[in-house]
Design a protein around this ligand. Structure first.
Ligand code: GLN
Ligand code: ZN
Length: 756
């Protein structure tokens, strides 16, 4: 009797982001298709080899993708948006990338967030879909692993229910039809895999952790009964992650052989289900006990206790130990981090180290490892725990006294009056969201400075010149509220990560965000506080150059937390509050230096929404509280701005209102109508800057478009409250197009003013 180990998915990007490089070379025609395939194969095989060396029993196959696994699944079943359809059955590599990235005259498919992670998938478009198998991609990959490495892998596929739920362009009836036509295609794939020797197939159905409707139960029964009937001699594991499952009792009764549950991000609910409703003795439990979404070493002793409870219900030889989800969300290997302080580095576990943990727990249950060895492993965790990083007296005291910090400002309308007198802005004031183009030159100078080729002083002067140049441009354009341009920042979160104590940047801690784009989240490892100013220098310098107000520019606590790896020894809310207090201090410093407009960006507030509806309120309350903690200690005359890069507000408008920011700027140019109506319905009474043009494209908008956008907004919103600004920061744009676009924007605003 032995316990086995498994993995759900391995990072695609490679230790040195080789994957990204190969993709981008191919896209820029510097690699032939054959070279591309060869490079990718090598990478794919090296990942499999690593997992084999780690002694993982069930190694996932097909999780490796050239772009995105949802797109892989859609393409495999011929679910191609109409504009990309070709005659032939097989979908070429070119078409595959065109769907993801667009091509001349054809817009790419939409991309959206994968559950509550920072990974983005390509949304399948199912209007007029006509499923047919283009190629059994999994079979090819299964055979490759077997022939090349002798691995009898576990093919992984996105299940039909999740696939349909994440797609767009179909109603309920069409959904039922499509499901019916997809089932035989899945079965075809499974049969071929079985014939080739596959023993286990992983079917991902993460949608089952969301609030599923009754109809889903019927779909589940229909799908899995047919799979099992048609392919009886293969083992299916129905894999879920990111939360506890709904419908536990139904799911465990499905005719499948294994069920994968997340025991890390379920807040104990999956274990409760197990204890309360048992687990069928003939089935295998794939227990996700190593956190696949965070980067800390597991407390293996603790996880062994958890597994012990699982084993009260599940037999030893029916238990398979694995990470809580695909390791896609964590970087590849800690080994490459040579520059981190040892106390931090030793407490980290990236994908490779997580697989070691899976193996250790497995060995423990197979009596090859003692509890003392598990304890020993946890030593580094304890060291960090008791280090001075996590025991900063000042932060501890502040946290104990958190209720003593004010979070309320005076009456909104009073503030409005005082601020109007203070700033004397015209109606429809014009401004921007913060960043101006980060030219190659800016990046080059920063790199030189990082490498020590430029002294602090030289770099500072360079940044100052850039600020000065752009203050002049803004004056020239006639903008009403100016910004310094964020030239000193690579990224809005990384910048604060580098300034704040208790937060550190890794060197190679990249994770895939979408396509070839990778991000390197800061690591919040200790008590967060701030020793000096973070943004005062540049902001104050900018303000000395102009009589117009310069907006201070900060990233909000919620966004910092949502885009970072967060310590797991205290609650997220506590981390949030620590950061909020650090930002509060910066807000106060700016104010002391007579910066009276301060924008606190919360680009990621929406992203953090929990998967379960019942948890939404708790999350939003904590988020609102943190934002107010950061922004409410200022005088009445100080105007707090915030910015959010999305346009879907209906369900969170009450929270947005509760932030009590004097002015909010939001992205709208891609979905105007709905957004305005949420604000209108809610009787929102503070300043709103609706993005009047889309910054994601280099195209310079015309005066007519801008006029129309403003007009539409003014039909429902009070013009006294309305601000005119682009959708988001301009850092990715070129200088010429930026200046041109802003010129048109200012012109449109002025034309309106003269009519009012
Ligand atoms: N102030 C930031 C900028 O202008 C905001 C970016 C964002 O919202 N993503 O770049
Ligand atoms: Zn934005």
């Amino acid at each position: 009797m032995s316990v086995k180990s498994a993995n759900i998915g391995y990072p695609r990007i490679g230790e040195n982001r080789e994957w990204k490089k190969v993709l981008e070379l191919f896209w820029s025609d510097q690699l032939s298709e054959e070279q591309f395939e060869t490079e990718m194969r090598e990478l794919r095989l090296s990942h499999l080899r690593k997992q084999k060396e780690q002694k993982i029993d069930l190694i996932p196959i097909g999780d490796f993708s050239y772009y995105d696994h949802v797109l892989d699944t859609a393409v495999m079943f011929g679910l191609i948006p109409e504009r990309f359809k070709k005659e032939e059955n097989q979908v070429s590599l070119r078409t595959y990338f065109e769907i993801a990235r667009g091509s001349k005259g054809k817009v790419a498919s939409e991309m959206t967030k994968w559950f509550n992670t920072n990974y983005h998938y390509i949304v399948p478009e199912l209007k007029n879909a006509n499923p047919k198998l283009s190629e059994n991609r999994l079979l090819k990959l299964y055979l490759e692993a077997k022939e090349q490495l002798g691995i009898n892998g576990k093919p992984v596929i996105l299940g039909p229910i999740t696939l349909l739920s994440l797609s767009k362009g179909i109603d309920d009836q069409k959904r039922a039809e499509l499901l019916t036509s997809l089932i035989p295609l899945y079965i075809h794939v499974f049969k071929e895999l079985k014939d080739a020797g596959a023993e286990w197939i992983q079917i991902d159905e993460p949608i089952l952790v969301k609030d599923v409707k009754g109809e889903t139960i019927n779909e589940l029964k229909q799908v899995y009964t047919e799979f099992n009937r048609e392919v009886p001699d293969v083992n299916f594991v129905l894999q879920t992650y990111y939360e506890s499952i709904e419908l536990y009792e139904t799911i465990i009764q499905l005719p499948i052989q294994g069920i994968g549950l997340d025991f890390v991000h379920d807040e104990g609910v999956n274990l409760e289900h197990l204890k309360n409703h048992g687990f069928p003795s003939e089935k295998f439990l794939f227990a996700g006990v190593v956190d696949g979404r965070n980067i800390w070493k597991s407390d293996l002793v603790n996880q062994s206790f958890l597994l012990k409870e699982v084993l009260n219900v599940v037999q030893l030889d029916r238990l398979i130990i694995q990470p809580s989800c695909s390791l896609l969300h964590v970087p590849v290997s800690v080994e490459k981090e040579k520059e981190l302080p040892t106390q931090i580095k030793d407490a980290l576990a990236f994908a490779d180290e997580k697989l070691t943990e899976v193996t250790m727990l497995t060995e423990f249950y197979n009596n090859n490892l003692s509890i003392a060895e598990l304890e020993q492993y946890g030593h580094a965790r304890n060291l960090l725990q008791h280090s001075e990083y996590r025991n900063v007296q000042e932060v501890k005291e502040a946290m104990e006294n958190i209720k003593g910090y004010s979070t309320e400002r005076s009456n909104t309308l009073n503030r409005k009056k005082v601020q109007a007198e203070r700033f004397h802005l015209p109606v429809l004031p014009t401004t921007t969201i913060g960043s101006f183009p980060q030219s190659k030159e800016v990046r080059k100078q920063r790199l030189k400075w990082r490498k020590g080729e430029l002294s602090d002083q030289e770099y500072e002067i360079y940044i100052q010149n850039e600020i000065k140049r752009w203050i002049d441009i803004q004056e020239e354009l006639g903008l009403d509220v100016l910004v310094h341009g964020e030239f000193e920042r690579t990224d809005m979160v990384e910048f604060f990560g580098e300034k704040l104590e208790g937060v550190i940047m890794t060197k190679f801690g990249w994770v895939q965000s979408y396509g070839s784009r990778c991000v390197k989240p800061p690591v919040i490892f200790g008590d967060v506080h701030c020793l000096g100013e973070m943004t005062v220098k540049e902001t104050v310098f900018a303000q000395t150059l102009t009589d117009k107000p310069v907006k201070g520019m900060l990233t909000g606590p919620v966004t910092i937390v949502n885009w970072s790896f967060v310590r797991d020894d205290i609650s997220r809310t506590e981390v949030l509050n620590q950061i909020a207090l650090a930002i509060r201090k910066e807000v106060e410093l700016l104010e002391e230096h007579e910066i009276n407009m301060i924008q606190v960006d919360e680009a990621a507030l929406r992203e953090g929404l929990p998967l379960k509806e019942e948890k939404t309120e708790g999350y939003l309350n904590a988020a609102v509280h943190a934002f107010k903690l950061a922004t409410s200690s200022v005088k009445e005359e100080t105007q707090i701005h915030t910015h959010m890069c999305y346009s879907n507000f209906d369900d969170i408008i009450h929270a947005i209102d509760a932030l009590d920011a004097d002015v909010i700027s939001i992205e709208t140019s891609r979905s105007h109508g709905e957004l305005i109506s949420s604000f209108e319905k809610h009787h929102y009474n503070k300043g709103i800057g609706l993005g009047v043009y889309d910054i994601h494209s280099p195209r310079v908008p015309t005066l007519e478009e801008l006029t129309q956008n403003i007009e539409r907004a003014l039909e429902v919103l009070d013009y006294h409250a309305f601000w005119v600004n682009p959708d988001c920061g301009l850092k990715t744009r070129g200088e010429t197009e930026t200046v041109e676009a802003l010129k048109v924007m200012v012109e449109a605003a002025k034309a309106f003013r003269s009519k009012l």
